[in-house]
Design a protein around this ligand. Structure first.
Ligand code: ADP
Ligand code: FRU
Length: 350
């Protein structure tokens, strides 16, 4: 059946990239350097572009999986627990199963109140539920620290300022990726990070696709968000490329249209490129060179723009993976991302 993997499970969307802890302070006004002030509120949230995009995909109803690095400890425990909110699967009307650590499965029964823990050597959990993020491909590292970020969200200006610490944990490698059964996926999205390794992973998918019939080929997307020269080698290796306004500006473009026109030559034949531009909405260039645009959908009250881009990417992928046209996906992406800016976090999306 189309869109179904082995054993007739629906094929998933895999997002490869960062998961981190976001410590988010909401402020009335951005603090002065060397000042000591109170914030309006503060919370911990699971963050990271690929991880946020999985959150949004799952809220929109796309079965998805996350692959990224964690290192055991209190921060990783917080992150796992949060992932767990998306891992409830119904085995029977009264029984729920969820993964809590890479080696155990907890089955709790709403009917009896019982809680059973099964320890497993391998971490295999079927997730048929609509809102689930499969984390069985997490790459557990034995060195470094789970990434974390201090985020200042300022509703009065719409800004979100992020200070990220993510450099002392190894990233997912091609070797980790080689262990993944690609037949479970219909789409793989990379957040551009360790580009040299990611190129090798993409080459693996290209080999898999070359040996597969058209209906089993995996669509590849990549986000080039940070203005880092190394990431630019990823442009010609995806079917869908998300390029940020930061990268566009860094490369000398002042509008999304000029960026798309100027960068289109870097894509492979048949690929499309998408460029979100905050309150100006988003633009795209189709495989035949047609430029597309969607206005933004500003919320009634701007509250939280942290992760707007990750939300946009997920919403666009959700639509494209379900066969929608690029223009419809672009408009949907702006609508969902704009709505998200009207509340804190992601839970209000669906
Ligand atoms: P990032 O969060 O990566 O910086 P952008 O700022 O480009 O990403 O925003 C991604 C998408 O989110 C935009 O295309 C737009 O649809 C939506 N968005 C972002 N900021 C706003 C805003 N202030 N008002 C309405 N929509 C917004
Ligand atoms: C939002 C985000 C945050 C994280 C930061 C990392 O796009 O993923 O969750 O702290 O960006 O760059």
């Amino acid at each position: 059946m189309e869109g179904q993997g082995e054993h007739h499970k629906p094929k998933k969307i895999l997002c490869v990239g960062l998961v981190c802890l976001d410590i988010i302070s909401v402020v009335d006004a951005f603090p002065q350097e060397d000042s000591d002030s109170r914030c309006v509120s503060q919370r911990w949230q699971r963050g990271g572009n690929a991880s946020n995009s999985c959150t949004v995909l799952s809220l929109l109803g796309s079965p998805c999986a996350f692959m990224g690095s964690l290192c055991a400890g209190p921060v990783a425990s917080f992150i796992l627990e949060d992932f767990q909110r998306f891992q409830v699967e119904v085995h029977s009307p009264h029984e729920r199963a969820a993964c809590v650590t890479p080696t155990s499965l907890v089955i709790s029964s709403a009917a009896t109140g019982s809680r059973t823990i099964l320890h497993m050597n391998s971490f295999i959990v079927d997730d048929f539920s609509r809102r689930s993020i499969d984390i069985s491909r997490l790459a557990w590292q034995t060195t470094g620290q789970t990434p974390s970020a201090c985020c200042v969200v300022c509703p009065s200006s719409g800004s979100r300022t992020v200070l990220l610490a993510d450099t002392n944990i190894p990233d997912v490698t091609c070797e980790d990726f080689s262990a993944v059964d690609l037949s479970a996926f219909k789409w793989i999205h990379w957040e551009g990070r360790n580009a040299d390794e990611q190129l090798k992973m993409m080459a693996e998918v290209a080999r898999y696709n070359a040996a597969s019939p058209p209906q089993h080929r995996i669509v590849v997307s990549v986000e080039i968000e940070k203005p880092r020269e190394k990431l630019y080698q990823l442009f010609p290796h995806a079917d869908v490329v998300f390029v940020s306004k930061d990268v566009a500006r860094h490369l000398g473009f002042h509008t999304p249209q000029s960026a798309l026109q100027g960068l289109r030559g870097r894509l492979r034949a048949g690929a499309v490129m998408i460029c979100p531009w905050a309150e100006k909405g988003a633009d795209a260039v189709d495989a035949d060179g047609t430029l597309l645009h969607s206005d933004a959908f500003p919320p009634e009250r701007l509250l939280d723009t942290l992760g707007a881009g990750d939300t946009f990417n997920a919403a666009v992928i959700h639509k494209l993976a379900n066969g929608c046209r690029l223009q419809d996906a672009l408009t949907f992406g702006c609508r969902v991302a704009g709505t998200k800016c009207g509340f804190h976090g992601y839970d209000g999306i669906a």
